[in-house]
Ligand binder design. Structure first.
Ligand SMILES: [Zn+2]
Length: 67
């Protein structure tokens, strides 16, 4: 069996664009980015990633994804 595309759980953010709330830059999330998934029961799950514009920490939820 040949694997055409490797499936990796938890990387649904690959290829998505997010906006940094600090510097307003929009960047695309790519494979290899250090995106951290945080499971928060009270406020809902979210992700953390370092902004490539201002190096600040950006937190976002699934609904923040821009296509
Ligand atoms: Zn930024």
């Amino acid at each position: 069996m040949k694997i055409v595309k490797k499936g990796k759980p938890g990387t649904k953010w690959v290829g998505k664009k997010i906006e940094c709330s600090s510097c307003r830059c929009i960047f695309k999330l790519e494979n290899g980015y250090n995106v951290e998934f945080v499971s928060e029961q009270r406020d809902g799950d979210f992700y953390k990633v370092k902004c490539h514009g201002c190096q600040g920490l950006v937190t976002f939820t699934k609904i923040a994804f821009r296509n």
